[in-house]
Write a protein that binds this ligand. Structure first.
Ligand SMILES: C[S@@+](CC[C@H](N)C(=O)[O-])C[C@H]1O[C@@H](n2cnc3c(N)ncnc32)[C@H](O)[C@@H]1O
Length: 284
């Protein structure tokens, strides 16, 4: 494919050459770990033209120059534009059932539930972390006094902000059992009609942070469970391998790593054993 302007109805189009695509996807890979295949060309174009328009730029040459010359101004917007943030409450529900039916009873029996640390790595807009918090609170009646902490991180600053706000369209909780909705969400009224806010008891278990998994991790503590679901799907295998090995270094012996439905550690990382559907355990 060569680089003539892509038509977008009546909206002004920009010339997007193979060279533009290659330079930009290289920058995506370097900064995020995400490797974009050839068929992601239109997707990248579509997402970045919004940035060109917002900045009033004439073409992709100007945009690439801006990223090189003033990364402090634009690199984060660029990253936010290229991430894919699809998520939902209790997505892949069997992972939350595993926590409630197997892991929490086990840790409780071993006296290891107090001080439990859980990391939602690549948390997007926060639904995963709040689902973990609901599962914790529903299992441990006195969770607030047990020093249980959930870290929720993502490299995209706009989704981390949404996650920390904890306000969602009501449509996001459709299908959730009514008793759960009643217990954990407040319905908005007036200008917030049609929205729900997660209750303070959930939010207070969670710390939200911007964190790029490809860069050094500042955390001091070791984790009992790491959720890293549907994040590495666009990483190449060596990048996945590096990341999963890094997780192995911050997960306690006997701790767990939970990944997404289309992901696997097979031939990528041998520091965990598979104990359930996309659920891995680090040996003692
Ligand atoms: C598809 S969402 C998955 C959200 C949630 N874990 C789930 O399964 O529902 C993937 C998230 O990974 C984040 N992500 C991608 N690369 C990342 C990186 N290098 N460091 C941190 N987060 C990253 C994206 O910003 C995005 O929000």
């Amino acid at each position: 494919m060569t680089g003539l302007a892509v038509r977008e109805g009546n909206v002004a189009a920009y010339k997007f050459t193979d060279l533009h695509f290659d330079k930009l996807r290289m920058l995506v890979a370097e900064t995020t770990g995400i490797s974009l295949s050839d068929h992601k060309r239109d997707l990248l174009y579509g997402r970045l033209t919004r940035r060109l328009r917002a900045l009033g730029l004439q073409d992709f040459d100007q945009y690439i120059a801006l990223l090189a010359d003033r990364p402090d101004d634009e690199l984060q917007n660029f990253i936010n534009a290229v991430t894919t943030n699809l998520t939902s409450f209790f997505r892949e529900n069997h992972h939350f059932e595993f926590l409630a039916n197997e892991l929490f009873p086990q840790l409780e029996k071993q006296g290891r539930a107090r001080g439990m640390r859980i990391w939602s790595a690549g948390c997007s807009t926060g639904e995963e972390a709040y689902s973990i918090a609901m599962t914790v609170r529903e299992y441990f009646a006195d969770a607030g006094a047990m020093d249980i902490k959930i870290l929720a991180s993502d490299l995209d600053t706009s989704v981390v902000q949404t996650a920390a706000n904890g306000i969602y369209d009501q449509s996001r909780i459709e299908g959730m059992p009514p008793e759960r909705v009643k217990r954990w969400f407040q319905r908005g009224s007036g200008s917030n009609a049609g929205k729900v806010r997660v209750r303070r008891e959930l939010a207070e278990l969670i710390t939200f942070r911007q964190l790029n998994l490809m860069q050094a991790w500042p955390m001091q503590s070791m984790f009992d469970v790491v959720f890293c679901r549907n994040v590495v799907i666009y990483f190449d295998k060596p990048t996945q391998s590096r990341l999963f090995n890094n997780f192995a270094s911050v997960i306690k012996p006997g701790g767990h790593l939970i990944i997404g439905h289309s992901e696997t550690l097979h031939k990528v990382c041998d520091r965990f054993e598979l104990i359930g559907k996309t659920i891995y355990r680090k040996p003692d």
